[in-house]
Design a protein around this ligand. Structure first.
Ligand SMILES: C[S@@+](CC[C@H](N)C(=O)[O-])C[C@H]1O[C@@H](n2cnc3c(N)ncnc32)[C@H](O)[C@@H]1O
Length: 481
């Protein structure tokens, strides 16, 4: 009898490891020694099974529980195997016979006596749930073209996300965009990288990427590439040496929207691992030379990491420090922050709903109350507070950029509207992100790519779609002189 395939066995090992260690599935997938022994095709399937079964976790559990007499009795390792198999039956194109057979074998590898139960459950998934997904997908695909509404239930089922999140998504996005996002959620996300021009120019980055087997394809922004074989990047050493930074194209667009003029002062709030610091300096350099950047983050360990990364090419122009951005308008600021800046770029903590293809844990880990504007401990309150405090550091005539990787109104336009209505915000006016100097100076096709996502308000809001960038939001506010 045929055995369970290596890709499914590896997928189960990684999913179980993530549960036991309470770790991120994508990171374990990258580090898994078993992955290196798989063929490229098998690695692709293992990766889809791990990321997909993680992204749909709650929905798969509800499906499995509906077919079990005593769901609570299911051992965690059997549930892991059934989730992987259930995801394949419902969402992938594998024939039902193969996916059920493989699912039963997978369960047998962890609990021989549970194989009969697995067979019964997976057959029910084939007859009840697989057709539901297929018909929901047809309706969502029809909504993509426009003119047809999209239902919350279909978005939730097609994307494998909780219904409350689908409700918020459909309230934030026009139907064709909600449909495009739902259809893209369980597809592999494109892999973009940008050359770190502090270390190498676009031509050198291209050569190094090509020689390392990543099959780079230049995109409309010089130094930016789509990788056709992203798996080779991990072995290339180019990420560790910071010759390139891995960054979604939407994030690269936001960095051009925030691009400081050469030699001017920029305060970056929420520096994280310094990916945008490098992109912002790339953008300034493209305009003529680096900016003088002071960057803050609440997390000491991220500041350490950021310092190491910017030391590759930008050590002379970037200062990274640990500071709580909510205190940027208070007394006792360190000398580096007690001044005004030509640009203040706020990359605030957010739900990450624009990046769920890359971070599959997000949708089932999010607490809906964290998105309520009136929750004092929620994200919109934190984002508004950071924006307000950071606005005090903008010089007259200077620019304040507010950025998130969320697609939800509550964390984007609503936060900016509230700020502009507040006493601190009254001195600012909203400007068109598509006309930002860093965008206007970029090649015309890139300008078109950015402007495609600019809303009538002037804000930038990309939305995930198959082969498209992640969901990023940016508002550009100029302080009256
Ligand atoms: C969206 S991430 C930034 C990503 C980063 N800009 C990059 O490109 O890698 C938001 C960052 O804000 C930081 N943060 C959260 N609360 C903060 C606060 N009160 N003050 C400063 N930084 C904060 C987090 O540690 C996190 O690194």
């Amino acid at each position: 009898m045929a055995e369970v395939s290596p890709s499914r066995a590896v997928a189960l090992a990684v999913v179980s490891r993530a549960r036991r260690r309470d770790a991120y599935a994508r990171e374990l997938l990258r580090a898994a020694p078993e992955m290196a022994r798989l063929s490229l095709k098998a690695r692709g399937l293992a990766s889809r099974l791990v990321l997909g079964s993680t992204a749909c976790r709650g929905l798969l559990d509800a499906v499995l529980d509906s077919h079990l007499r005593r769901p609570r009795d299911l051992e965690p390792r059997v549930r892991d195997a059934l989730r992987v198999a259930c995801f394949e039956v419902m969402y992938l194109e594998t024939s039902p016979e193969v996916s059920v057979f493989q699912g039963v074998e997978l369960v047998r590898t962890v609990a021989r006596r549970a194989s009969g139960l697995a067979n019964a459950v997976l057959r029910k998934v084939v007859s009840c749930d697989r057709p539901r997904v297929r018909s929901a997908r047809e309706r969502v695909t029809a909504a993509l073209a426009g003119g047809v509404p999209v239902s919350v239930a279909d978005v939730s089922l097609v994307a494998g996300m909780p219904s409350w999140l689908a409700v918020r998504l459909c309230a934030s996005l026009p139907a064709p965009q909600a449909a495009a996002m739902a259809l893209a959620q369980l597809e592999p996300a494109p892999a973009w990288v940008a050359a770190n021009t502090g270390v190498c120019d676009a031509a050198q980055a291209y050569t190094r990427l090509r020689e390392s087997g990543t099959a780079p394809v230049p995109v409309a922004l010089p130094g930016s590439f789509l990788l056709e074989k992203p798996a080779a990047l991990a072995r290339s050493g180019l990420v560790g040496s910071v010759d390139v930074v891995v960054s979604d194209l939407g994030s690269q667009m936001v960095s051009r929207i925030g691009a400081p003029a050469p030699g001017t002062a920029l305060l970056e709030v929420g520096q994280g691992r310094a990916t945008k610091t490098i992109l912002l300096e790339n953008a300034a350099a493209a305009l003529g030379g680096p900016a003088k950047v002071v960057a803050v983050d609440l997390s000491e360990s991220k500041v350490e990491l950021a310092r190491e990364r910017v030391s590759h090419g930008w050590e002379a122009s970037v200062t990274s420090m640990a500071w709580d951005a909510r205190l940027l308008d208070g007394p006792g600021l360190p000398r580096e922050l007690d001044r005004s800046f030509d640009t203040v770029f706020c990359d605030v903590p957010c739900s990450g709903t624009g990046t769920m293809r890359r971070h599959p844990e997000i949708s089932w880990a999010l607490d809906p109350s964290a998105l309520d504007a009136d929750n004092p401990d929620g994200l919109p309150a934190l984002q508004g507070r950071i924006l307000e405090a950071a606005s005090r550091r903008v010089a007259p005539g200077g620019t304040l950029v507010y950025a998130t990787c969320s697609v939800l109104d509550e964390e984007g336009p609503a936060v900016v509207d509230r700020f502009l209505d507040s006493p601190a915000g009254r001195g600012f006016r909203r400007e068109d992100c598509g006309r930002a100097p860093g965008v206007a100076a970029a090649p015309v096709p890139f300008q078109g790519m950015v402007r495609r996502w600019v809303l009538p308000s002037g804000d930038f809001a990309s939305v995930p779609a198959t082969d498209g960038p992640d969901g990023h939001f940016a508002a550009r506010l100029v302080r009256r002189g």
